[in-house]
Design a protein around this ligand. Structure first.
Ligand code: ADP
Ligand code: MG
Length: 238
C-alpha cells in the first residue's frame, strides 16, 4: 500500500493540453474514484500513474518516491482495464500466474498466490477452465485475480464494469468494494458513471476538460457542490 500524489500534473498530446494542472492527494489505503464526462482526461491521468504515458510537467509520487521517469514494471502497480483481454489459450490459473511467471517468482509462491486470489474471488472451482467457458462476471473476476496475485501497492481500474450488463454491474460494484475492504490496497478507479462513483468511493475527484473541479466524499459533493458543473454532473443520472 502507498499514498499517491499528483502535483500540478500536466499533459499535452502534441500542442493540445489535455491535463491542465491536476493536484490530487490520495491516502494510503483509500478508494478514490476519478469521475467525469468522456474525454475529460481520466484515462490519461491513470495511464500516467501507471507509467504508460509520459507526463509533460509536474510530479507524480507513489509513497515517497517521484515516479515520473520510472518504467511501468518498476512501479508496483496493477491495472484492470475495461477490455480485460484474457489469454484465450490459457486456463484461469495460468492467466492469473502469467505475470508472476514473467517476474521469475517461484512455482510454490505462484501456486500459493493464485490459490489465495481464487478463494477471495470465488474462482477456486474454475481454475482449470478456459476463458471461453466462463461468464462475463467470472472473466471480470479473473482479470481482477491477475491484479491481486501481484500484491501491488496500488490498484488501478479503468471503467472495469462498462462491458457488463446492468445487473452484473451492480453486483460487481459490491464485490470490488468487499475486495478493497479485505485487502485495503490503495485504489484509483475511473468511471464516467456518477452512481458508481457515489456508491463506491471514499473520495471522489470530479474532472472536467483536463482540470479537477472538486474533490470530496460522496455526500460532501452531493450536499455542497463547488459549482454548477459538479452540481449538474453529480445530480444527473448516468
Ligand atoms: P477519458 O478517459 O476521460 O474519456 P482520455 O484521458 O482518454 O479521456 O482523453 C482525454 C483527451 O485526450 C481526449 O480529448 C482524447 O481525445 C485525448 N487523447 C487521449 N489519448 C490521446 C493520444 N494518444 N493522442 C492524442 N490525443 C489523445
Ligand atoms: Mg477513458
Amino acid at each position: 500500500m502507498a499514498a499517491v500524489n499528483f502535483v500540478d500534473v500536466r499533459k499535452s498530446f502534441g500542442a493540445v493540453p489535455v491535463i491542465k494542472g491536476v493536484n490530487v492527494e490520495i491516502e494510503d489505503g483509500e478508494f478514490v474514484i476519478l469521475v467525469g464526462p468522456s474525454g475529460c482526461g481520466k484515462s490519461t491521468l491513470l495511464r500516467m500513474l501507471a507509467g504508460l504515458e509520459n507526463i509533460s510537467a509536474g510530479e507524480i509520487r507513489i509513497g515517497n518516491r517521484v515516479v515520473n521517469t520510472v518504467p511501468p514494471k518498476d512501479r508496483d502497480i496493477a491495472m484492470v482495464f475495461q477490455n480485460y483481454a484474457l489469454y484465450p489459450h490459457m486456463t484461469v490459473a495460468d492467466n492469473m500466474a502469467f505475470s508472476l511467471n514473467l517476474k521469475g517468482t517461484s512455482k510454490e509462491e505462484i501456486g500459493k498466490r493464485v490459490k489465495g486470489a481464487a478463494e477471495i474471488l470465488g474462482l477456486s472451482r474454475l481454475l482449470d477452465r478456459y476463458p471461453r467457458q466462463l461468464s462475463g462476471g467470472q472473466r471480470q473476476r479473473v482479470a481482477m485475480g491477475r491484479a491481486i496475485v501481484r500484491d501491488p501497492q496500488v490498484f488501478l481500474f479503468d471503467e472495469p464494469l462498462s462491458n457488463l450488463d446492468a445487473k452484473l454491474r451492480v453486483a460487481m460494484r459490491a464485490e470490488i468494494k468487499e475486495l478493497h475492504q479485505r485487502l485495503k490496497t490503495t485504489t484509483v478507479y475511473v468511471t464516467h458513471d456518477q452512481i458508481e462513483a457515489m456508491t463506491m468511493a471514499d473520495k471522489i475527484v470530479v474532472m472536467h476538460d483536463g482540470i479537477v473541479e472538486q474533490i470530496g466524499a460522496p455526500l460532501d459533493l452531493y450536499d455542497r457542490p463547488a459549482n454548477l458543473f459538479v452540481a449538474g454532473f453529480i445530480g444527473s443520472p448516468a
